[in-house]
Design a binder for this molecule. Sequence first.
Ligand SMILES: Cc1ncc(COP(=O)(O)O)c(C=O)c1O
Length: 416
Amino acid sequence: MEMSNTLESEVRYYCRVFPDVFVKAEGSHIYSESGRAFLDFFSGAGSLNYGHNNPSIHKAVMYYLKENGIICALDMNTEVKLKFMNEFNETILGPRGLECKFQFPGPTGTNAIEAAIKLSRKITGRKNIFAFFGSFHGMTLGSLSATSSLRYREASGATLHDVTFMPFPEGFMSTFDTIKYMEEVLTDSHSGIEKPAAVLLETVQAEGGVNAAPFEWLVKLRDLCTRHEIIMICDDIQVGCGRTGKFFSFEHSGIKPDIIALSKSISGLGLPLSMLLIRKDLDAWSPGDHSGTFRSNALSLTGALAALEIWKDPGFEKSIGKKSEKVESFLSESFKSMSPRVEIRGLGMIRGVSISGNDGPEIAAKIASRCYDNGLILERAGRRSEVVKLLPSLIIDDDDLYRGLNIIKQAVIEFA
Ligand SMILES: Cc1ncc(COP(=O)(O)O)c(C=O)c1O
């Protein structure tokens, strides 16, 4: 820890929140140098939906390395890239009626968002983007311009522009007709707000505090985008790849976005990879318009290809549904009548325990810290970090799931 304090920039964050040195990880457990075992409800901020070092994905990646498979090839055609696109088409897109082109931008989530914003502007010739109150889309300047946190925006030291924030249907805006408002903004020639190229959306705002948009709201938003010829971008970076119970988070509402951004769990093993799925007729890029050295990294794609095998078993999606029900009923039974200050949110296997009131953030911090002391890793989210966020792996067994839930319950009882 002392070495980290001396050598690493003050910008470091998670090493302050989880003050141990970690060496090993398997399934839902991570192990520190000192020999402590932690149960992981953080899952690399949503990058480890299949658990740490999932055996079948790990095996495929190890084999690829052993055979000297090409690793860095930018977007040259590698065998694994072609196989992945083909398999993804057959396993994920086809059955869901989606016809898309693949784009592999640089390897992190923010690269995918940058590309989606640029492409939408290129297609429509418009500059503005609608993003939402409470949104989080990444830290590079384009994505940050669509990220609502004033603190993060200020840290850019630059003018972030060409984005207009619209109200998201949660919290104090949950009773406000946000769709009607957008409709008025778009049709009133004196709204002062330019028609956007795209609406950039998280169906469940994860960093924003686990705010799930109502399904009927998503349907209305899709309709609004279609009628006004605005591109709908779904940022499924944190809540895609099965996190909400279906491969894509928007499937629950039956809508189809025009562009989908994926990263985090897409590589299966936590290796860096991101991609855009672009509705076929919207692929307006010219060769080389958007590049990135580490795009379509072959080792990450090897993991991603192996992860698709898991989705071939129809029992997998059902098993996420069953686990989600267990989490939901545990949380509602534990906290429903406990205190009006404790609110449960979320969808599928992303859940939030929100503590309202002025001291909500302080209490949430105490809860997270007590969980850590008791061997459970999780993080906080929300405007004031007042929400304890639960992201267990999708393959966690019942014993570990209930053990983690009970650690949270005890901490909430103690402090809230
Ligand atoms: C919804 C969402 N979009 C974009 C990003 C940015 O991804 P990255 O940190 O890999 O750039 C994140 C990261 O947490 C995210 O949750």
